[in-house]
Ligand binder design. Structure first.
Ligand SMILES: Cc1cc2nc3c(=O)[nH]c(=O)nc-3n(C[C@H](O)[C@H](O)[C@H](O)COP(=O)(O)OP(=O)(O)OC[C@H]3O[C@@H](n4cnc5c(N)ncnc54)[C@H](O)[C@@H]3O)c2cc1C
Length: 308
């Protein structure tokens, strides 16, 4: 894995971490430990927290519309947070916010940007020249099209085929970046001057595995919704790698809220009316088949996957 930030960028991060300020604001010790630090994701990417607002206590403060911190005991607060999560009382979670700096391949950014309830500012490839950095999957991520799931991968490619695919990915990336530079350049290969194509046009031949960067600010409620969808096994591995890194950060930031989220959302199983009816009948000792369940074959397979 390459270092995702340069020595200069790391020096800027270190300088920020070396200059703490006293504050009256709510502080989460777990999030302070992450603040500014770049956590590597994929081969050149990272996610890092650049700012945040609130902590577990802030969720309780909002729920109680309190004049003070709004906390009672830690146990009491945790109980309240779990109650709020369980009953979809979501607005207290919107009182916490986090601002992330993310470096990610463009094809991952396309999936990520579908989450509309965040504020985004992306690196401008009209203004700046993109770096020669492309996502090339690790061999264990280089898999064939899944036969069961049209939106998924199957077995890992092996041997010569894997090598061929990796070579194509690398060669295409390098060739398109060479052409990008050649179009931007104010000199032809033999040194003859040329005007150089505008950056906003030259970028259009770059492939979707080139890295981009953005600042992404979101409230905790919508962040958890994002994590629920993107840290899920159904999400594509590359965006899941970011979501997993963010789950670890959120768990340190708001441990009670993240614990409730894990129990009532991530690892919870929701039941349709038909599935609940089948379970009730099974608990009474009845044998129920898919035909009498009112569920489609696919839904039944998913139900059996969860309940055996
Ligand atoms: C596994 C997976 C596969 C996917 N496959 C595809 C695909 O094949 N094609 C595709 O196009 N997308 C696909 N998506 C994207 C998906 O459909 C959503 O666009 C994406 O997950 C963002 O979810 P969201 O709208 O809930 O999030 P957000 O945009 O953050 O919105 C959060 C919630 O706010 C509300 N909301 C926000 N904006 C509006 C609005 N304008 N109107 C009404 N309510 C709003 C909704 O309740 C929404 O759930 C896929 C997502 C996943 C996780």
């Amino acid at each position: 894995m390459n270092t995702p930030v340069s020595a200069d960028q790391q020096a800027e991060i270190d300088a920020l971490r070396d200059s703490p300020q006293p504050t009256l604001r709510a502080v989460s010790p777990g999030m302070e430990a992450h603040l500014y630090t770049a956590h590597p994701v994929l081969d050149h990417g990272f996610v890092r927290v650049v700012d945040y607002m609130g902590d577990d206590a802030a969720i309780c403060q909002a729920a109680r519309v309190s004049y003070g911190r709004g906390t009672k005991s830690v146990q009491n607060d945790e109980g309240l947070i779990r109650y709020l999560m369980r009953h979809w009382h979501s607005t207290p979670f919107e009182m916490c916010e986090a601002k992330f700096h993310v470096k990610l391949p463009v094809f991952v950014a396309r999936q990520w940007i579908r989450h509309r309830t965040a504020n985004v500012n992306e690196y401008s490839a009209r203004y700046s020249i993109l770096d020669r950095e492309f996502y090339i999957p690790q061999p264990e991520q280089l898999a064939a099209q899944s036969r069961q799931n049209n939106q998924g991968r199957g077995e890992v490619l092996e041997g010569e085929e894997a090598q061929r695919v990796l070579s194509l990915l690398r060669e295409d990336a390098m060739r398109s970046y060479d052409h990008y530079e050649a179009m931007l350049s104010q000199a032809q290969p033999d040194g003859t001057p040329q005007q150089g194509l505008a950056r906003e046009l030259a970028r259009m031949n770059l492939p979707a595995n080139i890295y981009t960067q953005w600042y992404w600010k979101v409230d905790l409620h919508n962040l958890l919704h994002f994590l629920r969808l993107r840290a899920d096994p159904h999400a594509q591995y590359e965006i899941r790698a970011y979501a997993d890194a963010m789950c670890a950060i959120v768990a340190d930031w708001v441990p009670a809220a993240f614990g409730a989220f894990r129990d009532y959302r991530m690892e919870a199983v929701s039941l349709s009316a038909q599935a609940a009816a089948v379970l009730r009948r099974r608990l009474k000792g009845e044998v129920v088949t898919q035909e009498e369940s009112g569920m489609s074959a696919r839904e039944w397979r998913e139900f059996e996957g969860d309940w055996g």
